[in-house]
Design a protein around this ligand. Sequence first.
Ligand SMILES: N[C@@H](Cc1ccccc1)C(=O)O
Length: 507
Amino acid sequence: MDPSELQQLVVNTLAKDSVIPDTRKLVIPGAKGQATTAEDQNAVISALASLASRDIVSYEQHDTFTYFLTAEGAQIARDGSHEALVWAAVPAKGSEEVITIKQLQDQLGQTAKIGQGKAFKNGWVGKEGDKLFKLVSTIVDTTQEELNEVVKSGTLKGGEKAIAELRKRKLLEQKKSLWYSVKKGSAFTTDLRKPETDLTAEMLATGSWKNSNFKQYNFDADGTPTNGGALHPLMKVREEVKGIFFEMGFAEMPTDAFVESCFWNFDALYVPQQHPARETQDTFYVSSPAKALSPPKDYIDRVSAYHIHGSPDGASRGYQAPFSLDESHRLLLRTHTTAVSSRMLYALAQKSKKEGFKPAKLFSIDRVFRNEAVDATHLAEFHQVEGVVADRGLTLGDLIGFMQTFFAKMGLPNLRFKPAYNPYTEPSLEIFCWHPGLGKWVEIGNSGMFRPEMLEPMGFPPDVRVHGWGLGLERPTMIRYGITNIRSLVGHKVSIEGVEKSPAVRF
Ligand SMILES: N[C@@H](Cc1ccccc1)C(=O)O
């Protein structure tokens, strides 16, 4: 039967009778008698499930065991039980006819063997010597009757014990079958047309809207996700960090030049030309173009003099090592954002010569490059956050105070500092924060007071001090999002879906 016809039959029956106590009794118009068989219940349940999903009906499932005959059972139902066949084969008492056990076995074979015992036990058959005779003139073959009842009704009125007995004798087999009782649902209707979801121009024109069944609005439905762009988690954290800098009165430095000269990346920062960090294992050098544009001549001369001899007043002795202009003009991928700070501080110093010194608070957040072995926590390119403050008479206390405020705003109120070495700062401090998740102090950044050997050649007034700090963007982001392998944050293994679903960050 067609599934939609079956659905219609169900609702029509409910409209008439208000309940269907047993779906096995559903009557199909035109067909006679019991309409749906045990097998039909599969079609019934799919029709009911579909109606119930629209609240048109509700139903309950029930189960019943039905029974059918084995081949031997079917034979007995037709011919009679073995014991009845034995009884039928032996003569009445006192008859002329005589049959011995042996003759009975020749005549009935297996049946004689199986049936004899029961025929004796039932008191149907007796024995004189080896001759058999009937003890009663009529018998009731219960086994045959029961089996025929099963054929007719699928079960036995005699109940479980009788059924168990027949199953033990392997005359019956049992099958579990399901059936259902059905009631009207909260949205009961006999109109099963699929509800319309759109009101069309055609419906209005033809007037068919008047008789249409419209689907209800579902105000609880989730909207379709919008197909817009999504910010990468790193960029979300960057926005938050930027917010902190702006809140603290910092201006953003331009960080668009990934390629820098050795001069701005190292020399201007008083990093000795013989420093191991300049070696190719740490720095990506650029081969083409081979040479950077020259920085202002007087400035490079002063930088060179400080590198070789130190300050004119003798307070610094410099590195007492050669300074190569060729080395200065090499190009590289910047290894830290302090390359940007050096350009900006130089520009600030030039401006103060003309206009007088004005304090400055500058920050940058952008990409840097290091020729490092890539592993779960290191990439060859990553992001640095850097803050630089220039003012008259700044002290180490100002730097520490600034960092405490800054990191507290990032949700890291617990800081510790450890003396460290940077060629361009003295003193230098490594920054550690307490990581409650890991239960230990983790290093998050590096900081210090920029050296006079760096600031004096730039041309700052002598009492101007500059301090700064830098940190990676990746580590706080990974901690924030619970990411343990950096390659699931950056690179070709990043899941776009993960990026789209990553929540916004609020420190
Ligand atoms: N440039 C340093 C960070 C730093 C910035 C400013 C001052 C001191 C240190 C680094 O790469 O780790």
